[in-house]
Design a protein around this ligand. Structure first.
Ligand code: NAD
Length: 356
């Protein structure tokens, strides 16, 4: 048994269909809060208002944008201060949760999160903002939502295409948790269960988005994924995704989906747990094949070219990935390896697991 440190954020989790409507008032009261700032998108603002009916909502910020631009956070913080809000209610996907977390970082306000996708951000201490093409991320206990209401009923309308890639984003948190710097026996356990639950539920939900049990499974998987990621941290896969999202504007969840089998194939020879824990949870003998089959089954994107990366972007992408500190990867990774991973993903080739 290896030595380890395991730190879990102090988040209260309430899970169940309809729980957001039933439990929100009690969760706000537990925080001793009475003046809510709603953070939402134009799409989720009405839902947030309905959930908060009867509570004292002092302001609504519905200007959430993808990648959490700093200007957006400035506006939300200004609104929080001007309205005298004493808590933030976030209702939406990872971009919304990310905006609420960025507000919490600057104001120390507690956040109650109601996620509507499978991003998993609501249980992690990781925050991220963008300024132009530059993405800045950090960790702080200030941003971890104090309460999360996981209500599968609120995810029923998530279209099949978004469901597929959002759940693969959660899958990426689980797979990377097996070799990220803070990986330990507990994160292995949580991540393996996340892989099993997501892989088990996802094909059925994509085939029939009204599958209530499957939706609950995916949301539970998202919680496990976020929990594993929160403790294990991020590694090569997330670093490449950040480069591709920040410098080339590639869509977040789709990028995770395309890259995951390629990075997993590369690291698999150096990470026994990928073969012994993640692969069986995918119902396969190796993790890259299991992921590739799952992605084919759900009809999700398989090439970076297909989601917006030009062939002419490849050299810059390789350089930007190499600018990151990759020394904590379980397999040495340099220019030829990054180029091989990105070239395979660019063209949607089948990932090949190769030992050094
Ligand atoms: P998102 O929040 O941008 O949502 C994607 C799309 O889904 C949007 O168009 C949104 O309007 C729509 N949507 C959301 N919920 C819906 C619903 N129930 N029904 C229909 N449509 C719905 O993206 P995301 O994939 O949820 O999250 C990605 C973001 O989260 C990225 O910025 C990423 O960096 C961040 N993230 C952060 C962490 C962390 O730990 N900090 C972890 C995972 C993701």
């Amino acid at each position: 048994m290896r030595d380890f440190t395991y730190e879990t954020p102090a988040t209260r989790v309430v899970f169940g269909a309809g729980c957001a409507g039933r439990a929100l008032a009690a969760e706000v009261e537990r925080l001793g809060a009475g003046r809510l700032l709603i953070v939402a998108t134009p799409r989720t603002a009405a839902l947030a208002a309905a959930l908060a009916e009867g509570l004292n909502v002092v302001a609504v910020f519905d200007g959430v944008r993808e990648h959490v631009p700093v200007e957006t956070v400035d506006r939300a913080v200004e609104l929080a201060e001007r309205s005298g809000a004493d808590a933030v209610l976030s209702v939406g996907g990872g971009s919304t949760t990310g905006t609420a977390k960025a507000v919490a970082l600057r104001t120390s306000l507690p956040v109650v999160a109601v996620p509507t996708t499978y991003a998993g951000s609501e249980v992690t201490p990781v925050w991220g903002t963008t300024e132009g093409a530059r993405k800045t991320t950090g960790r702080s206990s200030l941003v971890v939502p104090k309460a999360v209401l996981y209500d599968p009923a609120l995810t029923m309308a998530l279209p099949a295409r978004l469901t597929a890639v959002s759940a693969m984003n959660a899958m990426a948190h689980c797979v990377e948790a097996f070799y990220a710097p803070g990986a330990n026996p507990i994160t292995d356990l949580v991540a393996a269960e996340g892989v099993r639950v997501i892989a088990g539920a996802l094909p059925a939900v994509v085939a029939g988005p009204g599958d209530e049990a499957g939706r609950a499974g995916l949301l539970y998987g998202a919680y496990l994924a976020g929990s594993a990621f929160a403790a294990a941290g991020s590694g090569l896969h997330h670093k490449i995704c950040h480069v591709l999202g920040g410098a080339f504007g590639l869509p977040h969840a789709e990028t995770h989906t395309v890259l995951l089998p390629h990075v997993a194939a590369f690291n698999e020879p150096a990470v026994p747990a990928l073969r012994t824990r993640a692969a069986p949870a995918l119902g396969d003998v190796n993790v890259a094949d299991g992921l590739t089959r799952l992605i084919a089954r759900i009809g999700a994107p398989v090439s970076l070219a297909g989601i917006g990366l030009a062939r002419s972007d490849l050299d810059l992408a390789v350089k930007l990935v190499l600018d990151k500190d990759l020394r904590d990867n379980p397999r040495p990774v340099g220019e030829p390896e990054v180029r091989r991973i990105l070239t395979g993903a660019l063209h949607g080739r089948l990932p090949v697991s190769t030992a050094t």
